[in-house]
Design a protein around this ligand. Structure first.
Ligand SMILES: *[C@@H]1O[C@H](CO)[C@@H](O)[C@H](O)[C@H]1NC(C)=O
Ligand SMILES: *[C@@H]1O[C@H](CO)[C@@H](O)[C@H](O)[C@H]1NC(C)=O
Ligand SMILES: *[C@@H]1O[C@H](CO)[C@@H](O)[C@H](O)[C@H]1NC(C)=O
Ligand SMILES: *[C@@H]1O[C@H](CO)[C@@H](O)[C@H](O)[C@H]1NC(C)=O
Ligand SMILES: *[C@@H]1O[C@H](CO)[C@@H](O)[C@H](O)[C@H]1NC(C)=O
Length: 559
């Protein structure tokens, strides 16, 4: 308790606010003690800044056994509105201060509500609803004829307690239960007071409730007490729920358990009475490693630069007739846009994340762009296949047909259809924490599935191409040089296929492995570099064009 003492001394102003307001309200009001003959004044000094002084106030209530309902509610109203004023500017910051005030509020409320208990022969109940607290008291006397006590209900919670059994264990066969629900208590008794070994995000899922057995001598429970708590926040299915009780300075689970739960209610069972709440734990997004983040940023930017260079080369260089760059250009466009969008999204994630719709749209767009990159890769393989098989027959006209808008329709419409179908089947699948596809419930297969299918089809096509090329080379009936070119091209496209497909397959196995994550970051971001390398840097034709271009720029400068 020494630590609370310190906390208290540190915050004399706060205490004086509470006491001052209480004084204002009570000094001109004589609170009468209903059942005894003497009238009792509740008094509080204005300069009450010590724990002893406040303890005095509690002591004064301590000796009061019965108060009228309106007095209790007016004291509670004042106390909670004061508390609200204190909490608003966050005057309280340290955990010890918060816990101290939490305990104070609990103790005062429990004390006050217990003054509502009046001796009865049969049964008697009182309840009140204030903005900050709801309370209900239920009493049983010796002559009660109930065989089941009614459920105690509040707006967002209810309690089941075997009060009849408890009354039977008491002298005079009487017992009382007081049940309270605090709306804003989570600001004091924060869910972070729930100490668990795992570093999880804790969220309060119910109002804080208290149950006590005032003026009951034998408070031993005959049956566990059951609480039905309504979830006051959306329940995250990946989170885990704990029924907890407040023990002086922390939330703990000892003796409490979750009986059953659905998306909007949880039933808790506890073997003792106290202050309870329902806390949800969700895993923290993995700590991002700043070094890995920097590596990622640099890699993605390098990749983007090479994507742009490759794109410029494909678009601007004069290629020899027969070279079909449509697929390559579109792979570059799709992946360049995808990587750019991904980079921007991750950089501005804090701004984008709260806009759920925007986040989902970005996820859908990324899905579309990455997928169309793969579809174009498939088209590229198919074009080469056609080229190899109909080498002598294919006319330049046919090539024109293949390179026209028809390809674009296939390249983009297929991806669009996959995204639309996915969005129709499960619109909530888009928009994860990173504004990408959600990994749970198999939705990721809407991406991994098509990718795997395309990679598998491409492998089949490559095997076909290699066997055709090899048998043709043996035949010697065809233009050997062209066949050799095709073989080299097939190797290049195969390499591209592996480089573009690998990261996503690798993505399946990352699961926290840092080495794999680094490989993923590098492979995934360097797709542009690789494309530039195999199609531009390793291509004599392109180098000649670069030289021309270089000379042009140099000559311009000389002028
Ligand atoms: C409360 O009662 C106790 C004994 O029952 C007594 O010693 C104490 O002075 C009383 N306190 C007040 C404030 O009346
Ligand atoms: C609470 O639930 C448990 C388990 O269902 C049950 O055994 C117990 O009797 C219940 N308590 C009350 C007071 O109904
Ligand atoms: C009950 O829960 C709802 C949210 O489900 C919340 O808005 C409301 O303030 C709660 N009422 C009380 C009295 O706790
Ligand atoms: C509260 O915690 C203390 C030790 O931390 C323990 O001895 C005590 O039994 C707990 N209270 C309840 C009601 O379980
Ligand atoms: C959830 O459980 C509560 C209480 O157990 C019940 O009233 C409610 O109908 C249930 N809701 C659903 C969606 O099952």
């Amino acid at each position: 308790m020494a630590i609370y003492h310190k906390a208290f001394i540190k915050t004399p102003t706060i205490i004086s606010i509470i006491l001052y307001v209480l004084t204002l309200n009570l000094s001109f009001k004589t609170v009468t003690w209903a059942t005894t003959t003497a009238g009792i004044n509740l008094t509080l000094k204005k300069e009450c800044t010590t724990q002893t002084c406040f303890q005095n106030f509690l002591d004064q209530i301590e000796n009061i056994t019965v108060l009228p309902l309106d007095t209790v509610t007016s004291i509670l109203t004042v106390a909670f509105s004061t508390l609200e004023k204190i909490l608003e500017p966050s005057l309280l910051s340290s955990p010890t201060e918060l816990a101290f005030f939490g305990n104070l509020v609990l103790k005062t409320s429990e004390k006050l509500i217990s003054t509502l208990v009046k001796p009865t022969d049969t049964s008697y109940s009182v309840n009140f609803t204030l903005a900050a607290i709801e309370g209900q008291v239920f009493m049983l006397g010796p002559n009660v004829t109930l065989d089941k006590i009614p459920q105690l209900d509040m707006t967002n919670s209810s309690v089941e307690i075997d009060l009849i059994g408890i009354a039977n264990n008491n002298n005079g066969r009487s017992a009382a239960v007081a049940f309270m629900s605090y709306t804003m208590m989570e600001n004091l008794l924060k869910p972070d007071f729930f100490n668990t070994p795992e570093n999880m995000i804790k969220t309060m899922m119910s109002t804080v409730i208290s149950a006590t057995l005032p003026k009951t001598t034998n408070t031993k429970l005959t049956k566990p007490v059951n609480f039905t708590l309504k979830h006051i926040r959306e329940f995250d299915p990946s989170g885990s729920l704990s029924c907890v009780y407040w023990n002086i300075s922390e939330w703990t689970v000892d003796g409490c358990s979750v009986l059953k739960t659905n998306s909007s209610y949880t039933v808790c069972s506890c073997d003792h009475l106290s202050t309870f709440a329902l806390i949800m734990q969700t895993s923290r997004p993995p700590e991002s490693d700043p070094l890995l983040e920097l590596l990622n940023l640099v890699c993605v930017i390098v990749g983007l630069v090479f994507f742009s260079l490759a794109l410029l080369t494909f678009a601007l260089c004069q290629w020899s007739p027969g070279v079909n760059n449509v697929a390559r250009i579109n792979i570059c466009i799709s992946l360049l846009l995808a990587h750019l969008l991904f980079l921007l999204t991750q950089q501005f994630l804090n701004l984008i994340r709260p806009q759920q719709v925007l986040c989902a749209v970005i996820a859908g767009l990324l899905h579309f762009l990455f997928l169309s990159g793969f579809v174009w890769m498939f088209i590229e393989a198919v074009l080469l296949f056609i080229c190899v098989n109909n080498l002598s027959q294919i006319s330049s006209k046919k090539r024109e047909v293949l390179s026209s808008g028809f390809l674009c329709v296939i390249g983009y419409v297929v991806a669009l259809v996959v995204v639309c179908v996915s969005a129709l089947v499960d619109p909530k699948g888009y928009g994860s924490e990173l504004c990408w596809i959600k990994m749970d419930k198999g939705f990721i297969w809407s991406f991994q599935g098509p990718v795997l299918v395309i990679l598998a089809l491409n492998m089949i096509i490559f095997i076909k191409i290699f066997t055709t090329v090899n048998s043709a080379l043996k035949n010697l009936n065809v233009e050997v040089s062209q066949m050799k070119k095709n073989k080299i091209m097939a190797f290049k496209i195969l390499g591209q296929c592996v480089v573009l497909g690998c990261p996503w397959i690798l993505g399946f196995f990352i699961n926290g492995s840092e080495v794999l994550e680094i490989i993923f970051v590098i492979l995934n971001s360097q797709q542009g570099t690789f494309i530039f390398l195999i199609y531009c840097a390793l291509n004599n034709e392109v180098w000649q064009q670069y030289r021309k271009l270089f000379r042009l720029i140099c000559c311009d400068k000389q002028h």
